[in-house]
Write a protein that binds this ligand. Structure first.
Ligand code: ADP
Length: 426
């Protein structure tokens, strides 16, 4: 390989040879011309070799013919080789990740910031019916599913469930994750098996509750008859019979609540839309609460700041509101205060049920809406609770696009609020 120093030495010797030949032949100008010719030929040959070498993709280089450019070309060739190796490594890594993404059982769809399909894997082809030719096409022209387009445009935030457009009966879930600037990644999961298991579990609970209803009613009927028939039972049996009656009543309530929960969970379609006159409904519930309080003399106040009602399922809403008010009665000491308030603002319609009762410790708050979760099981049972009241209330509100919020301080009281968006009011 030649360095600039070598090239200077070569030029020096060539010049010396030219001077010597000129002196020998006594023809000075011929010596000068000869020197210029030789140097030009060497550089021309070098350039020609460099051109050929570049045309051949920088592979074979004859250092002898490359002459003065050999060193430079070697440096370029080393750089090219390093670049080639790095790009091969990068390509290998990209291929590895692409194969891994292809092998995912879930579908993955990448949409660029302009709304064009950038990439998708086999899973997306299987679950959404995409074809290879769809790459690079506008997503709204390929996927004409309103929910998917709403998810992509950010109108819907959470994951959405829908029937696969390619195979009937298959349920898929789509979740959106933004990445880079304005790019979106959609994860598509097949949740058919999960949905089926969930339906089996729900059906089991619904059927079991339904089957328990009849024998319970019969038992309760007999116990009531025995209790009501004078002289039919000895004094010794009165207490056990009364307990049997109370427990049967408790079981009936649990069965009814379980049935309502499984019905609420099972129906995906829109609920019946009654015109619900909430102030009247709350007046009835407050009246029932006064009866429930009885000799405990709670101070129950109802304030309806608006006469607005809701569009919704009256029976379910009655059950949800009753659960909140009856909980307030059950978990508030005698003569405590219970304030029921119905009001409206720019966010929508709101109901709050606040009590001056025992309150709930902060560690229990995240769990009180779970089924059968009780802070104090003995107290809940003693006051006739099923452990399902708040779970039902939460489900009913979800089905009405409403939110349930709880604020509570131990020993001071609790405040349960339901927030209904504007589109629900009348
Ligand atoms: P339960 O039938 O046991 O009352 P819920 O689902 O209605 O079941 O309520 C769950 C738990 O939340 C109750 O067991 C109770 O510990 C707590 N809770 C609900 N409402 C109140 C309230 N107003 N004050 C204090 N604790 C409450």
């Amino acid at each position: 390989m030649r360095s600039v120093r070598d090239e200077v030495i070569t030029l020096f010797w060539m010049a010396a040879l030219a001077v010597f030949l000129s002196w020998l032949l006594n023809a000075w100008h011929w010596g000068g011309w000869l020197l210029v010719l030789v140097i030009s030929l060497r550089w021309l040959l070098g350039l020609w070799m460099a051109e050929n070498w570049l045309r051949s993709g920088g592979r074979r280089l004859n250092a002898l013919w490359a002459g003065p450019l050999a060193d430079f070309l070697y440096a370029v060739s080393r750089l090219l080789m390093r670049e080639r190796k790095q790009s091969q490594q990068l390509l290998g890594r990209a291929r590895y990740f692409k194969n891994a993404a292809e092998a995912l059982p879930e579908g993955v769809l990448a949409v660029d910031s302009q709304g064009y399909i950038a990439w998708f894997n086999q899973g997306a082809m299987r679950l959404l019916g995409l074809r290879r030719r769809n790459r690079g096409q506008a997503v709204e022209r390929v996927l004409r599913l309103p929910d998917v387009l709403a998810l992509l445009s950010g109108e819907i935030s959470g994951p959405i469930e829908l029937e696969s457009p390619v195979s009937a009966g298959r349920v898929i879930e789509l979740e959106l994750t933004p990445f880079l600037q304005g790019h979106r990644l959609v994860m598509i999961r097949d949740i058919t098996a999960f949905k089926r298991n969930d339906a089996v579990r729900r059906d089991f609970v619904a059927n079991a509750s339904h089957e328990l209803r009849t024998p319970l009613t019969v038992m309760q009927g007999y116990v009531e008859t025995m209790l009501d028939t004078p002289g039919c039972h000895h004094d010794v049996w009165h207490k056990p019979l009364q307990q049997m009656h109370n427990q049967a009543e408790r079981m009936r309530k649990i069965v009814e609540d379980m049935l309502m929960l499984s019905t609420l969970e099972g129906t995906d379609h829109r609920l019946k839309q009654d015109v619900v006159a909430v102030p009247e409904l709350l007046a009835q519930i407050a009246q029932e609460a006064i009866q429930l309080s009885g000799v405990r003399h709670h101070q129950i106040h109802l304030v309806c700041e608006t006469q607005a009602g809701l569009l919704g399922h009256e029976e379910y809403l009655r059950s949800a509101f009753t659960n909140l008010v009856s909980n307030a009665v059950r978990y508030t000491p005698d003569e405590g205060c219970i304030d029921i308030r119905w009001w409206q603002d720019e966010q929508g319609l709101h109901l709050s049920v606040c009590d001056s009762g025992i309150g709930i410790a902060p560690e229990h708050l995240p769990r009180i809406m779970e089924r059968f979760y009780r802070v104090d099981s003995a107290r809940s049972r003693a006051t006739g609770g099923t452990g399902l009241g708040l779970a039902i209330t939460r489900h009913v509100l979800e089905r009405h696009n409403a939110l349930l919020q709880v604020e509570s301080a131990l020993g001071k009281g609790s405040c349960f609020s339901c927030h209904f968006a504007h589109n629900a009011d009348l």
